[in-house]
Structure formats: C-alpha cells, structure tokens
Design a protein around this ligand. Structure first.
Ligand SMILES: Cc1cc2nc3c(=O)[nH]c(=O)nc-3n(C[C@H](O)[C@H](O)[C@H](O)COP(=O)(O)OP(=O)(O)OC[C@H]3O[C@@H](n4cnc5c(N)ncnc54)[C@H](O)[C@@H]3O)c2cc1C
Length: 461
C-alpha cells in the first residue's frame, strides 16, 4: 500500500481516479497546475462569483458514478430542467435540431426542396460509397444538400473553424443524430396536413433534454471541491499551482515527474501515473524524447479553444431559456445562471456566460476588449439586455475545450495511445487525456477504470 501514485491534472477525471484510490486505502497525489480543482468542470472565481466554463450540469447516465456523486453531495445535488432555444433566420428552433420544427418554420418551397433532396441523397448514400468519407459525406447522406447547407455547413465552420469536409466521419457519427427517411417523410406528411388544414403552428420553442441532470448552488465546481476534500480526508494529497513539465522515463516505466511552482522545482518519484493532461502535450514532456512518429502525431492533434465572456447583469433573469444557441452573431452559445440555482452576487442579479469558439491565435482570443465589445453589442442588438444593466464583464478562457476530430485524427491518436501503452505504469484518461469529446461523468468512468487497473496490479504482486 506504500505505492506512490500520481494524478497529473485535477479535473473531474484526475479527481475521480484519486478519490477511487483513496477510498481503497491508497494515498494518491493530484498535481494540478491551476489554483483550483475541477479543470473544465471547476470554473474560475472572479470577484466573488464562480464562472463555469459554460455552466456544467451533471449527467446521470452512469449508475455507479451517479450513486457515488449522490452519496457525496447529499441534498446539495439538485435536479435541473434544461431548456434550450436556437435562434436562426429570425426564428427560434428546437435544439438539438428537430426535423419537424425545421420543416414547420422554413418557407414551404425550401421544405419541399429539403425533402426531395433528402430522399435523393439518402437513396444515393445506400448505393454509392464516397471515395473519402468525411463528416460532410455522412451529413449529406443523412440530411440531403439543402438541410446540410442550412443547418450544418456554416454552423460547423463557425464553431470549429474548418468545414465539415475536413472532419472525420466519426464526428458526425458520434455527435450529430441521424434521421431516418421514413421518419422524415412521415413528419413531412403530418406537416403538410397541418399546413393545409390551417392548424395553429407550433410554439414549442423550448425543448426538454431527455434524462435526469443535476446541478448544485455552486454548479459542478462544488462537486469537484467535495471530491477534493474527500481525497484529502482519506489521506490523499492535492497539490495546486504545480505544473508538470517533464516526465522521466527509465526503460519501460515513468520513474518520476518534474513539477514546477513558480521558481521552485521538485522531482516526484512514482510507481504509477494517471494523466488527464492533453495527450499531445504529455508526449512532449517525456524525457528521453519519444520517437519522431509520436511527436509528429502529437503535433497533428488539435484542440479548439473557447473564450467565455461572463456578464453580471442587474436583473434576476435575462434569457428566455437556460441555454440559447445563435448562428449569426459573435457567440455560438449563451447561458443564464438564474436557471441553474447557482448563487450569484448581487442576489438581485444574474450572470450570463457567452461562448466564442476560436483558435488561440485569433484576434478575438488575444484582444479581450474586442471580445467584450462584440458580445455586449450583440446582446443589445438582440434586445436581450440594456447597456446600463451590465454590472461586470469578465473574460476567461479554455485553450483545450474541444478535441477536433479532423480527417485522419484516428491514426495520430492511435500512435499516441500506443506510446502510452508502451509504458505500463502510465495511463491516460479524460477528455484531454484520451482526446475524446466526452462529458464529465464519462471522464470519471474512465478514471474509475484506470484506478481499478492499478488496484488489480497491486493485488497481483
Ligand atoms: C464549454 C463546455 C461545456 C461543457 N459542459 C458540460 C456539462 O454541462 N456537463 C458535463 O458533464 N460535461 C461538460 N463538458 C465536458 C467536461 O468539461 C469534460 O468532460 C470534463 O471536464 C473533462 O474532465 P477532465 O478531467 O478529463 O479534463 P479537464 O477538466 O480539462 O482537466 C484536466 C486538468 O489538467 C490540468 N493540467 C493540464 N496540463 C497540466 C500540467 N502540465 N500540469 C498540471 N496540470 C495540468 C488542467 O489545468 C485541468 O485542470 C463541457 C465542456 C466544455 C468545453
């Protein structure tokens, strides 16, 4: 039981792994470069308020993780009803896009074209395999040219900075629901009947997402803090403001890591390492340097950054839904904390968090004043706020928000995973560590698995 186990990164994944090990009597060390635990699900504290990287809600789809979090949080875990609207072409649509809603709100000629087009592409997709499968080819087969151009092509380019033709088909398969031709035709006929009989158009703008989701009065950050407290209570250690800068490899083993805190450097010996830091950065920290093919693969994996503009507004509630998506303005998503039951100072106000997805080299990322100006301007033009209602405006950023499933990424990722596997006492987990577009509970599940691997290797000695 005297094994030295290091968690590199103190986000949901690193904390969950350490918590699992600590519950089994081990004393893991979590090394986190920022001043707070939680990573992407922990947020930042600015002027007494917690700003999350997009308010994080806890999804309950894994029973083991859910049970643990329920026990950990008790009454502090509260059910949350997520409401979502997407504004496009002056209309509010359901989100995720519902074909029925799209068909009802688009001009009738576009609807007819969409359905014909859809039938044509769906049939073609059954018989013709594209020379190179991409997200574009998958979406064309699933939706047809008209709906693809309207709803996916420019949106994906706005959010990700590259067109769908440069995305791996995996992106569309994992992230964008498929419609089946019969469902669409059925909905089209239903719509036709409703239009002909002048039945009132739907006003069901607000969609409830399936399945239970939870929050707390301090958002997900309270869950992260609680996990951290439990780790320490059980004898584990959390080291904040310590950045891992080197990974010493001796033979087929990570023997120690270099950790830097300002001017102070420390070498920490280790028996096992679980890393949740971005996998492409991790390989660059290894000493001796891994083979060139590993470094080349690391360079090819890209993450998309997200810049957040947080506004304290002097009104109890601002948005007509907890989450709103926009297609044609500076930010792609905005949330209103008043819906989340998260404490806000002052208590007669609320916080809006707008997200701009971009590259870390983009003007908007570097020029924070510009980012604030365009978001405020758009909110005023959308008639959502008045200028005099703004009490505070802050910028915070996540450089590794979204793994980009670009064409061919699978091969580069596999090269990196093979390198990780060549070092049996190293495991990588989480959204950045596995380069997987997953939510926190999935990152935690990966963490449990990695912790269990260590527990069984210790038992078998
Ligand atoms: C905008 C947005 C909204 C989201 N909303 C939700 C949601 O509502 N619900 C949900 O379940 N999931 C949501 N997610 C996904 C969720 O954030 C992730 O799945 C989860 O946070 C991943 O946890 P992780 O520990 O794998 O990674 P991270 O949270 O990124 O943790 C990695 C940690 O490693 C640290 N680190 C990096 N490099 C070093 C280094 N060299 N040395 C030391 N430490 C280092 C980082 O500081 C960070 O704390 C959202 C993601 C985004 C981007």
């Amino acid at each position: 039981m005297g094994k030295k186990i290091l968690m590199l990164g103190g986000g949901a994944a690193g904390l969950a792994a350490a918590w699992r090990l600590a519950r089994k009597g081990l004393k893991p060390h979590v090394i986190e470069m920022s001043g707070r635990v939680g990573g992407l699900s922990g947020g930042v504290e600015l002027n007494g308020n917690i700003y999350e990287y997009g308010p994080h809600v806890f999804h309950a789809s894994d029973p083991e993780v859910l049970d643990d979090i329920k026990t950990l949080m008790g009454d502090d875990l509260t059910r949350f009803d997520r409401t979502v609207k997407i504004k496009f072409m002056g209309e509010y649509f359901d989100f995720p896009l519902s074909i029925a809603d799209v068909l009802l709100k688009l001009p009738f000629d576009i609807v007819v074209k969409s359905v014909l087009d859809f039938a044509c592409y769906a049939t073609k997709a059954k018989f013709v395999t594209p020379a190179v499968e991409t997200t574009e080819s998958v979406l064309l087969g699933n939706y047809g040219r008209t709906l693809y151009a309207l709803f996916f092509e420019s949106y994906i380019e706005q959010v990700w900075g590259v067109p769908p033709s440069q995305f791996s088909p995996e992106f569309a398969k994992q992230r964008i629901p498929r419609m089946n031709i019969l469902q669409v035709l059925e909905k089209f006929l239903g719509l036709f009947r409703r239009r002909v009989s002048k039945v009132e158009r739907t006003e069901r703008f607000v969609e409830k997402i399936e399945g239970e989701i939870f929050t707390t009065r301090r958002g997900f950050s309270l869950i992260a803090e609680r996990m951290g407290e439990e780790i320490v209570k059980l004898g584990g250690h959390i080291h904040l403001n310590k950045k891992v800068t080197e990974l010493f490899v001796a033979g087929r083993k990570v023997s120690s890591v270099r950790v830097v805190d300002g001017d102070v450097e420390e070498i920490l010996e280790c028996d096992h390492v679980i890393s949740s830091i971005p996998i492409n950065l991790l390989s660059g920290l290894a000493n001796p340097t891994p083979d060139k093919n590993v470094l080349d693969a690391a360079e090819k994996l890209r993450f998309r950054g997200t810049l957040f503009v947080g506004l304290v507004v002097n009104r109890k509630k601002v948005l007509p839904a907890s989450f709103m998506y926009f297609r044609e303005i500076s930010f792609n998503r905005i949330m209103d904390l008043s819906y989340f039951g998260i404490d806000v100072k002052p208590d007669h106000g609320t916080i809006l968090i707008a997200e701009i997805n971009c590259e870390t080299s983009d003007f908007v990322w570097i020029e924070e004043r510009h980012a604030k100006e365009i978001v405020i301007n758009d909110l005023i033009c959308e008639k959502l706020i008045e200028p005099e209602e703004i009490l505070e405006c802050h910028i915070f950023k996540a450089s590794h928000a979204y793994p980009m499933y670009l064409l061919g990424y699978e091969k580069h990722l596999q090269t990196l995973l093979d390198w990780v596997e060549s070092l049996p006492n190293l495991q990588t987990i989480g959204r950045q560590g596995r380069f997987q577009y997953v939510n926190s509970h999935v990152a935690m599940k990966m963490a449990y698995q990695a912790a269990d691997n260590i527990l069984s290797s210790i038992k078998s000695i």
